[in-house]
Ligand binder design. Structure first.
Ligand SMILES: [Zn+2]
Length: 334
């Protein structure tokens, strides 16, 4: 449910800093508000739409938390009512909100693609809009929530040196795959994985088991540093991401590897390259982040790739097999 299968730069899933940014905005905007009524539009991304209509009205939003890449709106017991609801321990229920790729949640005026609208007791409406509906919304009792949260790894902002090393260093999987694996760490996605690996000078295709304890600790520190800075800058705005106040983030200006194929490395001026690791486009510097033996980057798109091809191939022998594809993809990059 947390994986993004659309690698194109147009649709990226919000990662920890973006979700944290939205959660902070919502905390300022709706904490303590009571939900008066629920109106639903399309419901194919909602676990149990009837449960929202049945259990949300009358509930107060007591807390807004981020968990990995999704949010939990913690709900009070129903106003003036102490009995346990029919489906269990409703007193400590939560509304899970996962934004998918194009989801937004904010107290806002009517808009296209609004699929969940919660009328609040101050007259405003908390609206969930999502053009592509890859998000998810679920009303979860305490027991269902506990079940939902099993299997998630550590929060990268809180993980200790020992725990991080324990989760990474013994694994015969590529470090990029480990960073993206929500059962290892919760909240890291493609952007912040690439940025932290560049900062730590570790190639994304290296195996976790091949990292030294020192390298793992450097990676943990730069990952935390990058995530904290990105939160301060309200995340990265690459696709549709807007925070709870409808403002785009700023962190994309600080990207050093992600989306920079063919551009100069900020440290050594080598050209940033791209490779597919763990099924995802991964950006790295071939000099600062030496690759494991036998691992090849994709050919650079554009001029240099075509020049090389022309030099190597007899005239009229056709195109380089990957050049056109890479070129088109790159052309769409921000
Ligand atoms: Zn470099």
């Amino acid at each position: 449910m947390l994986l993004c299968y659309f690698e194109g730069s147009l649709f990226l899933m919000p990662e920890l800093p973006e979700v944290e940014t939205i959660a902070r905005g919502l905390r300022r905007a709706i904490l303590g508000r009571r939900i008066l009524s629920v109106t639903l539009g399309k419901t194919d991304f909602i676990d149990d739409p009837a449960a929202l209509e049945q259990h949300l009205p009358g509930r107060q939003i007591e807390a807004v938390e981020r968990y990995g890449k999704f949010m939990l709106l913690r709900l009070s017991a129903v106003h003036g009512e102490s009995r346990v609801a029919s489906n269990g321990d409703a007193a400590s229920a939560s509304l899970l909100v996962h934004l998918g790729m194009t989801g937004q949640i904010a107290p806002s005026p009517a808009e296209k693609h609004t699929h969940v609208c919660l009328l609040l007791d101050d007259g405003r409406e908390l609206r969930y809009t999502d053009a592509r509906r890859f998000g998810r919304i679920a009303y979860l009792t305490k027991a269902l929530l506990a079940e939902e949260l099993t299997g998630f790894g550590a929060d990268p902002l809180e993980v200790s040196k020992q725990e991080f090393a324990g989760r990474i260093c013994g694994r015969r999987a590529r470090i990029k795959a480990l960073l993206l694996d929500q059962s290892v760490l919760r909240g890291v996605g493609n952007i912040y994985a690439d940025e932290s690996l560049w900062r730590a000078r570790i190639h994304p295709a290296r195996l976790g088991a091949k990292l030294s304890g020192k390298q793992a600790e450097i990676l943990r520190r730069v990952l935390q540093d990058i995530l904290r800075k990105a939160i301060v800058l309200r995340g990265s705005s690459i696709s549709d991401f807007l925070d709870a106040d409808g403002q785009p983030g700023e962190y994309q200006r600080h990207h050093r590897a992600y989306g920079r194929e063919g551009k100069n490395c900020y440290r050594c001026k080598s050209l940033i390259r791209r490779a597919i690791v763990a099924g995802r486009s991964s950006y790295f510097c071939p000099r600062c982040q030496p690759s494991p033996r036998g691992f090849a980057a994709l050919p650079l798109p554009g001029k240099s790739a075509r020049k090389t091809k022309r030099r190597d191939a007899p005239p009229g022998s056709g195109q380089a097999p990957n050049a056109g594809k890479s070129l088109r993809r790159n052309g769409k990059s921000p």
